[in-house]
Design a binder for this molecule. Structure first.
Ligand code: CP3
Length: 343
């Protein structure tokens, strides 16, 4: 089997699901915290190929995950569009304001190349050091989630300003989403050219939207991005993560042509079981908080998931990113449970 197919073709014949965790490189790892201290700030860290490559490899060395996710952040795209991006300890990202929302952004490839080329160097560095059996996963934020951070200038509980503009200035917003889509297509294509073998599209805040708005700002742009990437890279698997949007995405999976969908912890896996003709893989969906609780419960929840998905192609993951407070021993236990699997 070709290595790049591995991540999406584990089935019961292969005895166990594959496993990697969203945010697997991060503050719950002591070696990450140490490495992070070597960079002036978080953006410098993301744009330093030797530090970012090391951060990508740390969780692989420790836990032997089947997938390594490129160490970077979704906010490198707003950065490449010229917004200043800083990370404030205990608060999160802060972005400088977009000059003027009425003025369309332009995607200038040369500028993007100049600003983001260290990330493609990271990909090459990781590729040269990654164990042969480990799949390298690249990623990007989706247009909606990027727009949320760009317009609201950081994290927010409701991304009020972004939603207001989507309704009050739909033409302007549509143009922004289109421009972001073009940037994302270019960015993911460059990651694939540099060596990533699978890509994941994070739409962390799509669940804030109504059915219609989700179609317009989530499903349609994601479908366009996938179609464009597949033209040039038909064999690169694409995972989508429309957090909080699974039920709305479900009827559009044929149109979307994603190879896998990552589901959050609110989706009951038993509701997926019947669709034996499904043409895509499920990824998910252990609640990250399970890793902060008691180990018997962790074992039960993991076994529930692996048993329910036992006959399916399945990628074990969390419903959202791993939390910085996660004890290492619980991650060891999780990996052990999934890897020992059910024969
Ligand atoms: O291990 C990996 O998953 C790879 C690297 C990765 C990071 N961010 C590193 C990171 C990935 C894939 C992301 C994605 C990301 N970044 C998303 C989508 C996934 C999700 O969680 O919903 C979003 C919304 C962001 C934006 C972002 N970056 C926020 C809101 C924050 C602050 C909150 C937090 O967790 O601290 C970040 C910072 C960030 N990105 C850290 C890491 C390891 C922590 C920063 C630090 O080390 O101080």
């Amino acid at each position: 089997m070709m290595k790049k197919e591995l991540l999406l073709t584990f089935t019961n014949e292969n005895t166990r699901p594959s496993i990697w965790l969203m945010r697997q490189a991060g503050r719950y790892l002591p070696e990450y915290r140490k490495l992070r201290g070597q960079a002036k700030n978080f953006m410098d860290f993301c744009l330093n190929p030797s530090l970012a490559a090391e951060a990508t490899l740390q969780p692989i060395r420790r836990f032997g995950f089947d997938g390594a996710i490129l160490f970077s952040d979704i906010l490198v795209i707003p950065y490449a569009f010229g917004q200043e991006v800083t990370f404030v300890e205990g608060i999160g990202p802060k972005l400088s304001s977009l000059e003027n929302i009425e003025k369309p952004l332009s995607f200038l490839k040369e500028r993007f190349k100049e600003k983001l080329s260290p990330i493609f160097d990271t990909v090459k560095l990781v590729t040269s050091q990654l164990p042969a059996e480990t799949t390298l996963i690249g990623f990007s934020g989706c247009p909606w989630t990027l727009a949320c951070y760009m317009i609201d200038q950081g994290s927010s509980k409701d991304f009020f300003n972004t939603r207001l503009i989507a309704y009050q200035k739909p033409q302007i917003f549509k143009e922004l989403i289109k421009t972001l889509s073009e940037a994302i297509i270019w960015y993911l294509s460059e990651q694939i050219r540099a060596g990533v073998e699978v890509v994941q599209l994070f739409d962390s805040w799509i669940g804030l939207l109504s059915v219609e708005a989700m179609k317009e700002w989530g499903i349609n742009p994601t479908s366009y991005i996938i179609k464009e990437i597949k033209k040039e890279f038909p064999k690169t698997p694409i995972i989508i993560f429309p957090k909080g949007g699974y039920w709305n995405y479900l009827p559009h999976m044929e149109q979307l042509k994603a190879d896998a969908i990552s589901i959050d912890s609110s989706v009951p896996l038993t509701s997926l079981q019947t669709s034996t003709k499904r043409s895509y893989v499920i990824q998910g969906n252990l609640d990250p908080f399970t890793l902060l609780g008691d180990s018997k419960n962790l074992r039960n929840e993991v076994q529930n998931i692996t048993q329910t998905m036992g006959k399916e192609k399945f990628i074990f993951n969390l419903g959202h990113g791993i939390l910085p407070q996660t004890p290492l021993e619980n991650v060891y236990q999780l990996v052990d449970l999934v890897k020992r699997g059910k024969k």
